[in-house]
Design a protein around this ligand. Structure first.
Ligand SMILES: [Zn+2]
Length: 65
């Protein structure tokens, strides 16, 4: 779905970093370097961004019941 606002592990706000992260990953930058550059240092937050699959566009194709 959409990226979580805060990290589930530590509570650090990470939602605002997603757009920048995605843009830089799509430009073939190294994911680890991007996360470090964005100030995401704890492994819980890094895992939250690295493991996120943005499914909102697929989900919105279906109508509500
Ligand atoms: Zn965290």
């Amino acid at each position: 779905m959409i990226i979580m606002i805060r990290c589930f592990g530590c509570g650090k706000p990470i939602g605002h970093l997603w757009e920048d992260y995605k843009k830089r990953i799509d430009a073939k930058e190294d994911a680890g370097a991007v996360l470090t550059d964005l100030g995401v240092e704890r492994y819980c937050c890094r895992a939250a961004l690295l493991g996120h699959a943005d499914m909102i566009h697929e989900v919105t194709k279906f109508k509500k019941a």
